[in-house]
Design a protein around this ligand. Structure first.
Ligand SMILES: N[C@@H](CCC(=O)N[C@@H](CS)C(=O)NCC(=O)O)C(=O)O
Length: 202
């Protein structure tokens, strides 16, 4: 049985969303996001750096959201939601999946961390603006890539859209996707999916 350790609006959303798309049975355990709990030996035994999410599959533990998505697809996906490995399409799929977390979500996550560390009103405006500018560049790149297509790989939804969907959600909350019509339509399309909506309500 899969257990997903979840906090609403965090990256565990990606894993729940994927499970819903694949109809994979799973248990959701909502955890306390307080720093003290995340620093506890109990939580650190699941996520060694005290972040969210974590997932267990029987006795196997994982603590990186994109790796969880790929593991679940490879183990239980039966070829769904990703192109065949070793193809150019799969290379594109991997690139957008990694870009979503390593490049796009990074400055956005730092805005959240910065606010948490310095408190409301204690932010360094120039630092926040610099992170927003870097996120905006990513938003523009995804907007351009979506020209003439519904999803990152074309007409077919893939797990890269799940990886990216979370990052776009952060961008529209923390930076802005104003003026980026393709990205806005993409976000509307993704957030209308029943599997996303069930995950967002968890
Ligand atoms: N690359 C990691 C990032 C995990 C991450 O930054 N999680 C956030 C919540 S979405 C968190 O736990 N932040 C608390 C902190 O960094 O102290 C992943 O995708 O799992």
């Amino acid at each position: 049985m899969l257990t997903i350790y979840h906090v609403p609006v965090t990256r565990s959303l990606r894993v729940l969303w994927l499970c819903n798309e694949l109809d994979l049975p799973h248990e959701v355990r909502t955890i306390d996001f307080a720093a003290a709990y995340r620093a506890s030996p109990q939580w650190r035994s699941l996520n060694p750096v005290g972040k969210v999410p974590a997932m267990t599959d029987g006795g196997f533990t994982m603590f990186e959201s994109g790796a969880m998505v790929q593991y679940l697809l490879d183990r239980y996906g039966a070829g769904r939601l990703q192109p065949r490995p070793g193809t150019e399409d799969h290379g594109r799929y991997l690139q957008w999946s990694w870009f979503a977390e390593a490049t796009y979500a990074r400055p956005l996550g730092e805005i959240v961390n910065h606010r948490r560390a310095f408190g409301e009103g204690g932010e360094i405006p120039a630092a926040v603006q610099e992170m927003k500018d870097r996120a905006r560049l990513c938003s523009e790149a995804v907007d351009a890539a979506l020209q003439g297509r519904d999803y990152l790989l074309g007409e077919e939804f893939s797990a890269a859209d799940i990886m990216m969907g979370y990052s776009v959600m952060l961008a529209q909350r923390l930076a802005s996707i104003d003026g980026l019509a393709n990205l806005q339509a993409y976000w509307q399309r993704l957030s209308a999916r029943p599997a996303y909506q069930r995950a967002a309500a968890a």
